[in-house]
Write a new protein. Structure first.
Length: 138
């Protein structure tokens, strides 16, 4: 017998070959005969001259809000930096509690530990508020 064990097997093998050939011919035609049209871009100077009369009054009206947003952003960054600097109090407090206890620095060390432990959540809260402070410039 050859490759086919029955006539049905030979028929199905031929059918799959025809389907594969049809798929290859279809893809070839789709890629080479029905290609996409060439893209045409507009000159940036042309776009600027068309859009400028519309955009300039809008930007002039938005400048005070942009400035207020920038000022609020930097205020938020300063708040976050101050809270970030408070994290340094954590090792300072640990040093005061451990090595400064004989010299009467135990209470100061506990206060420094408390300040340093609260600095991280405060910094994260300040960091989360920066976008809200920036857009609430009205």
């Amino acid at each position: 017998m050859g490759i086919c064990s029955s006539a049905d097997d030979c028929f199905t093998m031929g059918r799959f070959r025809i389907q594969r050939l049809f798929a290859i011919v279809f893809l070839f035609c789709a890629l080479f005969f029905f290609s996409s049209p060439k893209a045409e871009a507009m000159d940036p100077v042309t776009i600027a001259t068309l859009v400028a009369p519309i955009v300039i009054p809008i930007i002039k009206a938005a400048i005070p809000y942009i400035v207020k947003g920038g000022v609020n952003f930097f205020r938020g960054m300063v708040d976050m930096f101050i809270d970030m600097a408070g994290i340094v109090m954590l090792p300072v407090g640990l040093f005061e509690v451990s090595f400064g206890a004989p010299f009467g620095l135990f209470r100061d060390g506990l206060n420094s530990l408390k300040t340093g432990a609260m600095a991280l959540p405060k910094m994260l809260w300040s960091m989360c508020l920066i976008p809200l402070k920036t857009v609430s410039a009205m």
